[in-house]
Design a protein around this ligand. Structure first.
Ligand code: FAD
Length: 418
């Protein structure tokens, strides 16, 4: 299993000095809907390309859920070029490897080295980081905020694409206010209402059959326990694989907090970033895991839980008028089993911003949006598919296929370590 992803070998090497965005000859007023990681990245890249940005968000305050996130080298490379290298270092933990374990015994069956060797090779100089989502969101918010108008507490309820009689596309808010712009970027997540406008029909994301519990434990408790201390002190991320389930665990916030993501069959959760789950039910669902995991879970006081959605690639991300486009989870929701959902949204933003730094005339808007889709669709579609494949690989039932997987992983681990 490959839980990371690097960028395509053809992209240029990392350098903070490379000027990525030039002010476009024709600046637009762009409406971005959604202040998630994708919306903020797009606000940064499009404003860096000289466009004026209004970012519209339904929440009343800026923030992210209390959970960790893996930030892979294909993203950190971009963020370094955006000048966030030092700030990332301050809030991130840099793991050196991922260890795969058998759920019931804790036996180590697989090992992939990250650290400097991996980063210099596959990562091409960019680090692999673990962060708290709120810290990551704040980094992007602080980057984008000076160059955008932010409209909080503003839920978009309808969108009017441009038309011959109405050349300016607009969004209507729940308050009834209409905001006009030159282009609309739908970064409104997995339940996107803008997706419906772009496709002209309701197209929802599909349940994957899995749901996630998430929890954070303070590491001071773990450091007092000789069995749990190594999870904090060893610079490794751990993944336990079980029939129909897996558990990812890693340090965040200068190793003061330990993040747990527990993937399991969906038994009626809701699709929401903020729904509370039952910590007791979580302990029961993972009650057949090795004693150290049960000990870890015994110190969880509260948990978030949500249903995991994905879907097959969409036919189009661009409205036929060429005035509305999708980005991030709104167009390519995926299982988090390669840690690439936010990564793909941020890559989308990098490409969109770069293309729109070339805009010279209004006639170019639609072809540039189509070029964006063309550049992104295959890569995001492959990532959706490989994330699905990891669901199969991680969750094999005990039996011949699982034993074959573990044997192959052990072989690769021995080659890696000795
Ligand atoms: P969102 O973050 O969903 O943002 C959408 C925003 O739009 C929200 O702020 C919402 O309030 C707003 N909005 C929605 N509708 C409207 C409206 N009508 N009007 C105004 N505003 C609106 N990715 C990684 O790269 N690495 C990982 O390690 C990783 N781990 C994950 C673990 C789990 C358990 C899950 C569920 C996901 C994980 N992901 C990971 C995926 C990642 O979190 C998502 O892909 C990413 O957050 C999507 O960002 P987005 O900006 O497209 O959408």
């Amino acid at each position: 299993p490959d839980s990371s992803l690097s960028s395509s070998p053809s992209s240029p090497p990392s350098t903070a000095k490379t000027p990525l965005y030039q002010p476009a000859p024709l600046p637009l007023h762009i409406l971005i809907v959604g202040c998630g990681l994708g919306g903020l990245a797009a606000a940064h890249t499009l404003s860096s390309s000289g466009h004026s940005i209004t970012l519209i968000e339904s929440a009343t305050a800026i923030g992210e859920v209390g959970a960790g996130i893996q930030v892979t080298p294909n993203v950190t490379r971009l963020l370094e070029r955006w000048g966030l290298g030092e700030k990332m270092k301050q809030v991130a933990v840099r793991p050196e490897a991922i260890v795969f374990r058998r759920y019931s015994t804790g036996e180590r069956v697989g090992y992939t080295r990250w650290g400097s060797q991996f980063e210099e090779g596959v990562g091409r100089g960019a680090p692999y980081y673990h962060m708290h989502r709120a810290d990551f969101h704040k980094l992007l918010f602080d980057l984008a905020a000076p160059n955008m108008e932010l409209r909080l507490n503003s839920t978009v309820v309808s969108v009017s694409p441009s038309s011959p009689s109405n050349p300016q596309p607009s969004v209507t808010l729940a308050s009834g206010e209409v905001i006009k712009g030159d282009m609309i970027v739908g970064c409104d997540g997995v339940k996107s209402c803008i997706r419906e406008v772009v496709l002209g029909k309701k197209v929802v994301a599909d349940p994957t059959g899995d749901a996630a519990y998430r929890a954070i434990i303070p590491t001071d408790l773990m450091l007092q326990d000789p069995e749990l201390r190594p999870f904090v002190e060893t610079p490794e991320m751990t993944a336990w694989m079980a029939p129909g389930r897996h558990l990812m665990a890693y340090n965040i916030r200068a190793k003061k907090e330990f993040n747990l993501v527990l993937l399991h069959p969906d038994d009626g959760s809701v699709e929401s970033w903020t729904a509370e789950g039952s910590a007791d039910k979580m302990r029961t669902d993972f009650g057949d895991f090795e004693p150290r995991v049960r000990k870890l879970l015994s110190s969880v006081s509260s948990t978030l839980k949500w249903r995991l959605m994905d879907r097959l690639p969409l036919d189009s991300w661009v409205h036929p008028s060429g005035s509305v486009v999708l980005l991030g989870d709104s167009c390519h929701p995926m299982l988090p089993y390669r840690a690439q959902g936010a990564a793909m949204a941020i890559e989308d933003a990098a490409v969109l911003g770069n293309l729109f730094s070339k805009l010279e005339s209004r006639e170019q808007i639609k072809p540039l949006l189509e070029a964006y889709q063309e550049l992104r669709l295959e890569r995001t579609g492959n990532t959706q598919a490989s994330s699905r494949l990891n669901q199969h690989i991680f969750h094999l039932p005990d039996g011949p296929e699982q034993r074959h997987r573990d044997a192959e992983m052990r072989k690769a681990m021995l080659a890696e370590l000795y």
